[in-house]
Ligand binder design. Structure first.
Ligand code: BEZ
Ligand code: FE
Length: 294
């Protein structure tokens, strides 16, 4: 290390100490979070030595990200998703026993779902004629395998073209959504069409960043679940369609092996009242009892 390097390192140390010395206030958690954030950001500057132009470009990126946010769109959450940070926060908050169904990110498309009877069709738009028909069924149990009656299974999915109801004027609000309640055997089921993979929004600063990094914006085909039952820890998760070409490179880094389901392709007339061949997905959800979760 030259003398010049040593002086610079000493000044950077003194600068970091001065900033950390100003972190006070009455909230210990805010102090902890701020201290760690400042440490990591200073370490980033020391490691990468950004030029002033690069630093201002970074700040401009954050400003543009903020300007892209509206009541209906949060570009900062998208940035967090695309950097794997949403999945990291999910992981540190929802790590459970190995027998429990793993969680996965909620994403931006959740909306209150219409309550529906088990077996209902949730696909009532043009996708019902176009798409590959499917039955999705399973049981909600605790981690010991005991069925849970009265659990709610909140489902939302995109159609065969990768669109949610809120993105597609051809779909009525509530299409491809449903709130199901399990019976005494813990069972739920519904009929729909197989969703397709779809891109996250790419017309903002985060989309430009993905392109600049040589990344694609695709999420593998999936069905969202939010399952709740009294006395159990709720889980928000996905079911991923086996064989999807983006399973190994999900733009939101939300795939977990246990959540990938291979459907059995069944012929028309093999029950479930589906008038054509259909894909039969079975996905059981195992919830952690609250006394174990604590
Ligand atoms: C989604 O699956 O709905 C989603 C999740 C993260 C980012 C964008 C979309
Ligand atoms: Fe989604």
């Amino acid at each position: 290390m030259t003398d010049e390097d040593r002086v610079r390192e000493d000044r950077l140390d003194a600068l970091l100490s001065a900033v950390l010395g100003q972190v006070g206030g009455s909230d210990p958690r805010l102090r902890e979070l701020t201290t760690s954030l400042v440490r990591h950001l200073h370490a980033f500057v020391r490691e990468t030595r950004p030029t002033e132009d690069e630093w201002l470009t970074g700040i401009d990126f954050l400003v543009r990200t903020g300007h892209t946010c509206t009541d209906l769109r949060n570009e900062f959450i998208l940035l967090s998703d695309m950097l794997g940070l949403t999945s990291a926060v999910d992981e540190v908050n929802h790590a459970g026993p190995a027998e429990a169904t793993p969680s996965s990110v909620e994403g931006p498309f959740h909306a209150p779902a219409p309550p529906r009877e088990n077996g209902a069709w949730i696909a009532a738009g043009p996708e019902r004629r176009r798409g590959q028909l499917m039955v999705v069924r399973g049981r909600v149990t605790d981690t010991g395998g005991t069925p849970i009656e009265g659990a709610t299974v909140d489902i939302w999915q995109a159609d065969d073209a990768g669109h949610y109801d809120s993105q597609d004027p051809a779909q009525r609000p509530g299409n491809l959504r449903g709130l199901f309640t399990t019976g005494a055997d813990g069972a739920y089921w519904f009929r729909s069409v197989v969703p397709s993979s779809y891109p996250v929004p790419t017309d903002g600063p985060v989309g430009r960043l993905l392109r600049a990094l040589g990344r694609h914006p695709m999420r593998p085909a999936h069905i969202h679940y939010r399952v709740e039952a009294p006395g159990h820890r709720p889980v928000t998760t996905h079911v991923f369609v086996a064989g999807d070409e983006y399973l190994d490179s999900d733009a939101a880094f939300a795939v977990k092996e246990e959540l990938i389901v291979t459907p059995v392709i069944r012929r028309e007339g093999e029950s479930y009242g589906v008038d054509g061949p259909f894909a039969d997905f079975v996905f059981d959800v195992r919830l952690v009892p609250l006394e174990v979760a604590r």
